[in-house]
Design a protein around this ligand. Sequence first.
Ligand code: PLP
Length: 449
Amino acid sequence: MTISPGPSVDADPALGQAVKAADRAHVFHSWSAQSVIDPLAVAGAEGSYFWDFEGKRYLDFSSQLVNTNIGHQHPKVVAAIQEQAAKLCTFAPAFAIEARSEAARLIAERTPGDLDKIFFTNGGAEANENAIRMARLHTGRQKVLSTYRSYHGATANAIALTGDPRRWQNEIGVSGVVHFWGPYPYRSNFHAGNEAQECERALAHLEQVIAFEGPQTVAAIILETVVGTAGILIPPAGYLAGVREICDRYGIVFILDEVMAGFGRTGEWFAADHWGVTPDLLTFAKGVNSGYVPLGGVAISGEIAATFAERPFPGGLTYSGHPLACASAVATINAMAEEGIVENAKHIGETVIGPELRAMAERHPSVGEVRGLGVFWAVELVKNRETREPITPYNAAGAANAPIAELAAECKKRGLWPFTNMNRFHVVPPCNVSESEVKEGLAILDEVL
Ligand code: PLP
């Protein structure tokens, strides 16, 4: 089974070769050894698909780093960027701009509780940097606690807070970061037999870490509401409420990182909505405007905003609240609401992805567990279901030649663009993906498994 070329595909192999040659000569790529990467030259994209210069079409099951929640080239968002460009391309953050005010209003309207003030950044890592800055200044404390299984971005503090191996070469010189174990029932660090036990023991562990660090030194706890890149880990019922209660008891700022989980990905506007929990700060990026123009931010509670009512906030960015980015956020949020895109993510997860992945787990002994919400699912692959030994060891570098890389290559051959990490295949299509598109992609995954 393969994805057929669509009507939008115009082949131009010569241009593709020129694009690739210039890329290889001059573009320095992220997270890669420069001599071994072989980037695909992309000619265009639309909805859930993109295509190369040979005319080969791919179904985008990655949403480009779990980002294009509204799909590629949504006409309402493209038009809004064009209209804003004709009106006002750029203006400094100190001014009140229509697109910026409206984006902030629409975001504040959707964030939980009283997270009603929005500080704009250019992406997720900067959002976390500024959330940490706010928490430290608000509490007068230094330490920030985060989980080992997490990704919070690639800037200095954000990568130090990250748990995954990308931290290892980057954390030198950053102080005040402490890691702890979050809940993960499938690979419990707490020898728990069920979700309730996992929750109870994970909360007890966190409280013990705080006691040994000194509660009066802890400024913030930062968590991904649903852990994304590090495994799509859904917190057991009661866990987030438990962390909220611990934070309140010790005067610690609770930061939820919804950079990947926010704006419809889990089938709610924010993942926190599944558990009715309100953090003090919520960071976002990606889905806010599907990355059409770089944008991220921090949604701030009334109490933390009040800290900076008389006292200046010592942080800012030239492009904070960029008019093109904000106009695209306004159009994205309005289109998501008008077209029921958040509801679609929920429906597709409940009626197609969940049932089909569970059925696949029955058929393929290499599938250890499937888990997810909305259009945010992980298929965890193991050598042995009894021992749960992963098909790749816990080491990002080692994953390059492991079976997961072969699985990704086989998907690509068939026109399915995957998101893989460590021993996992993540099913993360756009939130407005159709039922038939998802089925098409899952059939390829099934065949490849
Ligand atoms: N936080 C989470 C949960 C993420 O998934 C990411 C990126 O994948 C980031 C932060 C960093 O965002 P950015 O790459 O926009 O800096």
